[in-house]
Structures are given as C-alpha cells and as structure tokens.
Design a protein around this ligand. Structure first.
Ligand SMILES: Cc1cc2nc3c(=O)[nH]c(=O)nc-3n(C[C@H](O)[C@H](O)[C@H](O)COP(=O)(O)O)c2cc1C
Length: 164
C-alpha cells in the first residue's frame, strides 16, 4: 500500500476475524515500532507482545473500553520510561508506526487505554519506574465500519496561519 493511502485510510478496527496473523507479519509490525525516531534517539520504549487468549482476556479487564481485545489475535503493550518530557510523544510515534505498518499489511488495530495502569503493570511485571503508554490490539478486520468516512475537525478549524 502506498504511504499516503495508508495514512489516509487507517481507521480503528475493533472487530477481528479468528484468523492467525503469521509470525513474519507480527515481526514487521514490531520492527516498525522499533525503527521509530525519538528525541535524542533515546528509544524510551519496551514492547510486550501478548498472544495468549487467556492473557488477552485478563488484560482487557484493566481498560474500560477494552473488550475488543478479547477477540484480537495479539496485542502489544507500549511501555515507556518516565524521565524525559518527550517520552510520551516518542512512545506515540512507535505506536502509530506499528498501527500504520499493520494497516499496510492488511491487519487492523486499535489503541486501548489501560485505565487501571497500576494493576496492568503488576499483571505484566512492568518495572515500577516505567509507565504503560498504551496497548494496541491487532487482527484481521472483520468489518471496516465508516469506511471512507473520517470524523475529524475540518482543517480550517485547527489550522492557524503564521500565528494563533
Ligand atoms: C491514546 C488513545 C487511547 C485510546 N483508547 C481507546 C480505548 O481504550 N478503547 C477504544 O476502543 N478505543 C480507544 N482509542 C481509539 C479512539 O477512540 C480512536 O482513535 C478515535 O475515536 C478515532 O477513531 P477512527 O480513526 O476510527 O475515526 C484510543 C485512541 C488513542 C489515541
């Protein structure tokens, strides 16, 4: 898929087929995250790959809108350092890279907030000093809802020319 088409057509996918995502595809998605740029090239992230069905189910209990993770083929939890102002931005770059790479490969995804972060950290064994930025779930899309229709603020509402 061409890069611009990939960016313009990425929609969140919350319904997944019960179909295996091959290892080499998962690897490419992880690579896309690993290769993201970051402030001072600190790469302040770790990725936790979860494929086990029971663990996907249990992890979903730490988010309020995470039920769709139970049907996903896999999830990646983006863990980040908590000692530099740009750490959240960098973690977001890795996350978006992964989701766009997945989309280019025909794999749907959605970001998930693990609202009960402390419990999620304990469950995953994440070191105390780290933060969970976001969890992403992945799988082949069952259906692409609102295909082609993007609900976003119009550019004239958010674009400021030369100054605010
Ligand atoms: C940081 C972040 C956290 C999100 N958390 C959730 C979530 O917990 N559950 C969920 O279903 N979607 C979650 N989303 C997805 C948003 O709802 C989605 O990006 C937005 O509604 C746009 O969707 P669209 O691209 O399909 O129009 C999250 C998105 C971001 C960027």
């Amino acid at each position: 898929m061409e890069a611009l088409e990939c960016i313009f057509t990425k929609r969140e996918i919350r319904e997944f087929k019960a179909k295996e995502v091959p290892e080499h595809i998962i690897f490419k998605i992880l690579e896309a995250g690993r290769l993201a740029g970051s402030a001072k090239n600190r790469q302040p992230w770790d990725f936790i790959l979860i494929k086990d069905k029971r663990r996907l189910y249990e992890l979903s209990n730490f988010g309020r809108y995470a039920q769709h993770m139970r049907e996903a083929y896999f999830a990646i939890v983006i863990v980040r350092s908590n000692d530099y102002v740009h750490d959240p931005f960098d973690a977001g770059r890795a996350a978006q890279n992964m989701m766009l790479a997945a989309h280019a490969l025909g794999v749907g995804s959605c970001p998930i907030t693990l609202h009960d972060e402390e419990k999620a950290k304990k469950y995953l064994g994440v070191p105390e000093e780290k933060r969970i930025q976001v969890c992403l779930d992945f799988g082949y899309p069952l259906a692409i809802k609102r295909k082609g229709k993007v609900i976003r603020k119009p550019l004239e509402q958010i674009l400021h020319s030369e100054k605010w």
